[in-house]
Write a protein of this length. Sequence first.
Length: 254
Amino acid sequence: MKNISLSLCSFIVSLLVGCGGCIQKTTPALPYGNFVKITKRLEISKCKEKESKFCMEATFMHSGSGLALGTLHSPLGEGSIILTAGHICTANITDKARDHIEEYKMSLTITDSNNHVYRTIIVNTNNVDKGEADLCLLYSKGFLSDFVKYSMQNNNRGDRLYNLASPVGVFHPPNMPILDGLFSGRMNNTTDLTTVPAIGGSSGSAVFNDNGELVGVIYASVVNFPHVSLMTNRITTQDFIIKSLELLQSNPGL
C-alpha cells in the first residue's frame, strides 16, 4: 500500500511539474499598437441600365485587417506604411458586373488602436491572377507607428504562430482578437499552410512567430473549416515590402 501511495505521489508531482511548465508558456510580445482595421468603401454611382441584376447604385462596405510596419519620412510626408492582403485593395468587381457599371469609386480608411481613423493611398498591389502573392502596401499620412521586427528564419512544421486580426469586423480599440495556430508547411512559392483560425475580416492580418517577428499575412481560409488558413510566406512577404518601399521613394506622387 505504501509503495502504491509513493508511486501515486510521484505521478501527481510529475503532472504538476509538467503542467507548471505549460502554465508558464506565454504569448510573445506582439506589436498590438501597430494593428489596424481596414474599411473598404465601394460606391457604385451610375449603372449603364436603370434596371439590371448585375448593377445596383449603392455603397458597399467591407472590412479587413492590416499591420503598420513603421513611420517613414516619404515624399508624401510623414506617415506609416501598412501591410495587408492584395484583394483588400481592389474593388473585386466581376467582369460581368463591370460591363454594366458606368461609374464607381473605391476608398480605404484605417482605424488604429486609439480608434483614430486615417485615409490611405495604395502604394503597391500584387496581381494574384499572374501568380503573385496576395499582398498590398498602403500609406497613411499622419499615422505614426513603431517599426516591427522581421523574422530571418523560415518556419518549421509544427512551429507556433500568432495572429492579430479583426475577424468578421471584431475590433474594440485598443483590443483585437489574438489568435494562434501551427505552421503546417509550404504549399508553393508564395503560400504557407497554417491552422490559425480565419474568416471574413481576417484577410490582411499579420502572422508572427514565437519571437514576435513578422512571418506572413493571412489572405484566405477554408470556407467549411476556418481553422485552416493560407498565409503569404516569409521571403515573398519581405521581398514585396522592399519592392513597394522602393516604389514609394521613386514615385513621389504615386
